[in-house]
Write a protein that binds this ligand. Sequence first.
Ligand SMILES: C[S@@+](CC[C@H](N)C(=O)[O-])C[C@H]1O[C@@H](n2cnc3c(N)ncnc32)[C@H](O)[C@@H]1O
Length: 367
Amino acid sequence: MANKNLTNAKKAKNDEFYTQYSDIQKEIAAYLEYNPDVFRNKVVYCNCDDPFESNFFRYFVLNFNKLGLKQLITTSYKPSPVANTQLGLFGDDKTLSKSKGRPKVTANKFIINEVRDIDGEGEFNLKDVAMQLKTNKHNEWTPLEKEGDFKSPECVKLLEQSDIVVTNPPFSLTHEYVKQLFDYNKKFVIIINKSAVTYKEIFPLIRDNKMWSGKTGWSGGLWFVTMDVDDVDKVIGGVNMKNTASAWFTNLDHGRRHQPIPLMTMKENLKYSKHKEIKGKKAYDKYVNYEAIEVPFTDAIPSDYDGTMGVPISFLDKYNPEQFEIIGMAEDNGKGFSGGIWDGKNPHCVINGENKFKRIFIRHKKR
Ligand SMILES: C[S@@+](CC[C@H](N)C(=O)[O-])C[C@H]1O[C@@H](n2cnc3c(N)ncnc32)[C@H](O)[C@@H]1O
């Protein structure tokens, strides 16, 4: 039991990192470029977002009028170590319940219906957020009854009221989080770990084009502000940053997804490929037990091969559903490539010769 608690505590700590404003801005710009009205008259819900820490809240407040939002809802999560650490900004605000003279730490709900023009002079900071909430009677800031768990009935009610969910949810709960978005038929733009695409609950959604990679490229992962001083990859301007192998995922359309990957024929690849594993080699081996060829790099997919190809998971970063269909994922029985399309039960790698790679199977769309 003690062990379980420790594991949970570690998981929770690992979940505590915060998305950079510039990353949100860059990603959302892609949906706006594709459809400038994508957020117009929509209710956006950020359900793992303490407004005082979350740049999602900050981004949508700042751009509320520009995007034409109908409403912005955010809920904070009480067990978060940063919950309410900025409440000093609110002084003696009467909407907060108090305990022994200090604001009681609760999860809160923030509903923004109106944003007064922010004059653009100087930075939009936490004081501005506080000001928006305090002075605008059309906005609401109230404690939640429970902890702000995204699965709690009060948060589910807010989810039901919303159109588009945008956030970086806890990685340790990715499966439950994504399931809920589909159960409630929501549009979403979220950050998840890249490896989650191989989860048996998530891969079929990607295969069936119900969810896909966002616009920001996968290479190099994403950088976050971290609260865990024991897990810092870089300090930038005095801020602790952590890199994670994560990427944006969505069911909103964007232009990159419709751009075909530029490809050479198999013969051209063998002659000119920049990859030493392919150029001048006997590449594109067939798997022993499954009718497909091994393609170790997305940019080395032959344009003229009509059969099934095993490609790296990172193919999904470039995937265009008009160019390719995804057939399945490889299965690994622990001893070797056992053949066949992944059955949803076993881990998902293919062993090719002595190497062991995760692979998904694709085919060119019929031309
Ligand atoms: C990866 S952090 C991202 C925070 C914020 N969305 C951002 O990107 O800046 C995930 C957040 O989810 C919160 N969280 C953890 N479990 C949660 C739950 N069951 N329901 C709602 N939020 C949760 C954590 O406290 C943490 O602040």
